[in-house]
Design a protein around this ligand. Structure first.
Ligand SMILES: C[S@@+](CC[C@H](N)C(=O)[O-])C[C@H]1O[C@@H](n2cnc3c(N)ncnc32)[C@H](O)[C@@H]1O
Length: 625
């Protein structure tokens, strides 16, 4: 079921109805009138409501949810360890790719990092696809090339929709990206002053203002931009939103040096630091919580500590009471009972000449620290990324302004887990993939990456072109290969998938258009240049199965059987396959099985195959394409 319909179904099942699509198949859809009735006066028609609008916003939303006749085709030649890797490198326009990943990766991605074009006046972006009404028709046709694909055009600031086009571009993609974030996931978006304020408002709408985590400020150009007027700008931003803010807990590990500075005391139980036990600031006065105001007694010679009524007037003890501010009585953060049960963790130290009560916090309890909102130049400086790429490519500057590996690693480190999927759908030189591999090799993690990049052509006068790279995907893939070769015991492979038209022929030809040749074409429903692997991946997309799982190819009696994710889906797309092959496949008890029309020599063979599965593997979902 479509994920949007599933969501509505969960909350308002009465709105979900069954109807038929144009092929007559049953499908779920929404009775909007019923939904309207349920929402009642919570529906607003007020044109003056607080919201962020721009020219083309509605079209961008429609565009995001418009269905496409496309697929992802595996490319074995440019992949590395195709069968076993759990990483993906996807080539194509990210809007289409995000659409195709909606089901397979619904709520499966824990961290998305993107570095979209900043809209500096020279960026190339895909223009919004406007509705084909009469006024905009002329403009709209200019947005598509001769193959019906949207054109990749320079967005110059003389364009009257300069900001609107950028907003539409990012809005449609973020709408789709949000669906992919897991409930404990977060998205990080690099940006600068050109679009930061617009992006913030769009993110507030798409992710919800309450899920805003931070607007990181990055010291990306410590020497300041040379070309700026009035102010020499040193910083850029990275906006971060959680899918659900209460589900995330960002912490980063302290370095060895930070740890030894922080846990500078030690006792028989290990290194510790002293944390005050009196409450400061709001809620810290005696009258705020009177039960937490009581005396504690300390013997400086024996170091013995007695809590409140434990003290019976023994000699050598001094009385300590909590103060909020000078002359204002305060309160402790621990109760009497807690202090008694945690007595070994109590310590009294002299602070500014006065004895004060603290607790020991041991290094063994260290969980990490909250990340700061300002990111230093040592990881944020733009130059670092450039130098890294130059080093990888034998001194050639094949990519402009990549991020540094440590910059992306910094965000990956916010997440305590080390086994999750990271996605970057403006992946450029694939710094994010590099960072994932590097961090995995450092901490033995099992993070996986999904890179998406348009095969944007390298101009002939560019260093990239002169170094033999025709498009940016070639640079990204080569970087992963080269960077990966430095790491051992990690998954440094990647499965390349390329966006293309669907594997299926267009069979919706009107009788007038039907020529003898076309009729011949229609006999086979699958395009002649498509391989069994192409068909497998389109099935995975249709069935909403993740695309980065293990694949095994098995030969049985001359037929090739594709076994995806240990029996999650088994397929054979050979022609006229034998009964024993079908039985062999059924003996594996797969969750799903797929054949193509031509797999069977006749209708009765097809029916027999279904019967074989019913008999030997009754729970298998059976499909013929
Ligand atoms: C600023 S760069 C990202 C650089 C990257 N963070 C790095 O460190 O190398 C933006 C990238 O997004 C790509 N891009 C732009 N529009 C795209 C689209 N519609 N689909 C996929 N990639 C796109 C551009 O080709 C460019 O490589």
């Amino acid at each position: 079921m479509d994920s949007k319909i599933e969501l509505i179904m969960k909350n308002f099942p009465e709105c979900v109805i069954e109807s038929r699509d144009h092929n007559g198949n049953l499908k779920h859809s929404i009775d909007f009138d019923v939904l309207r009735q349920i929402l009642g006066d919570q529906i607003s028609d007020d044109p003056e409501a607080y919201r962020f609008d721009w020219v083309g916003k509605n079209s961008a939303r429609i565009d995001a949810y418009r269905k496409i006749d496309k697929t992802l085709r595996p490319d074995l030649d440019s992949s590395l360890n195709f069968d076993s890797t759990e990483n993906l490198y996807i080539e194509g326009d990210n809007l289409d790719v995000l659409k195709l990943l909606q089901q397979s990766y619904f709520k499966k991605i824990k961290l998305i990092y993107i570095d979209p074009p900043y809209n500096t006046g020279h960026d190339f972006i895909y223009k919004d696809r406007f509705e084909m009404d009469s006024e905009e028709y002329a403009e709209a046709i200019d947005l598509f090339d001769e193959n019906g694909n949207r054109k990749f055009v320079e967005n110059s600031d003389s364009n009257p929709r300069f900001h609107s086009d950028w907003c539409s571009m990012i809005y449609s993609r973020l709408l789709l990206a949000r669906n992919l974030l897991s409930d404990d996931g977060a998205i990080f978006i690099s940006i600068d002053d050109n679009e930061q304020s617009n992006l913030k408002k769009i993110c507030d709408e798409v992710f919800g203002g309450s899920n805003f985590v931070a607007n990181f400020i990055i010291n990306s150009a410590p020497a300041g931009t040379q070309s700026a007027s009035n102010v020499s700008v040193q910083h850029s931003y990275c906006l971060c939103y959680a899918k659900i803010i209460s589900n995330i807990e960002f912490l980063i590990k302290r370095s060895k040096e930070e740890l030894s500075n922080r846990y500078s005391d030690s006792d028989g139980n290990g290194n510790f630091y002293c944390e005050r036990l009196w409450k400061r600031g709001v809620g810290g006065r005696k009258e705020d919580v009177p039960t937490l105001h009581f005396p504690v007694y300390f013997n400086p010679e024996t170091k013995q500590i007695l809590i409140d009524s434990e003290y019976n007037g023994e000699d050598g003890f001094i009385k300590i009471i909590p103060y909020h501010t000078a002359g204002v009585l305060g309160r402790w953060t621990w109760s009497r009972e807690r202090m008694i049960s945690m007595r070994n963790n109590l310590i009294v130290k002299k602070v500014a000449g006065e004895w004060k009560l603290h607790k020991k916090v041991y290094e063994s309890e260290e969980t990490g620290k909250l990340p700061f909102s300002i990111i230093d130049a040592n990881i944020g400086r733009t130059e670092i990324g450039g130098l890294e790429v130059k080093n990888i490519f034998d001194g050639k500057k094949v990519f402009e302004y990549p991020k540094s590996v440590d910059f992306i690693k910094h965000f990956l480190n916010f997440i305590q887990d080390d086994d999750f999927v990271v996605m970057d759908f403006f992946s450029g030189s694939a710094t994010t993939a590099h960072a994932v591999m590097q961090l995995n090799s450092e901490d033995h993690g099992n993070r996986k990456f999904i890179m998406v990049q348009l095969p944007e052509v390298c101009p002939e006068n560019s260093e990239a072109f002169k170094s033999g790279f025709k498009n940016i995907c070639e640079i990204g893939k080569e970087r992963i290969r080269r960077a990966g070769s430095n790491f051992e015991n990690i998954d440094r492979g990647f499965r390349v998938l390329k966006l293309d038209s669907t594997n299926f022929r267009d069979v919706s030809i009107s009788p007038e258009e039907l020529t003898r040749e076309k009729l011949f074409d229609l006999i086979e429903n699958i395009k002649s240049d498509r391989s069994p692997l192409d068909l497998l991946f389109e099935c995975l997309i249709d069935w909403g199965i993740e695309l980065n799982l293990k694949l095994e190819l098995e030969e049985f009696e001359g037929s090739t059987i594709l076994n995806y994710n240990a029996g999650d889906l088994i397929a054979c797309f050979d022609k006229n396959i034998s009964k024993s092959v079908i039985e062999f496949m059924a003996s594996k008890n797969p969750n799903r099985v797929v054949f193509r029309d031509e797999s069977f020599s006749s209708d009765s063979e097809r029916i027999n195959s279904r019967e074989i599965f019913k008999l030997h593997s009754p729970n298998t979902r059976f499909k013929v394409i």
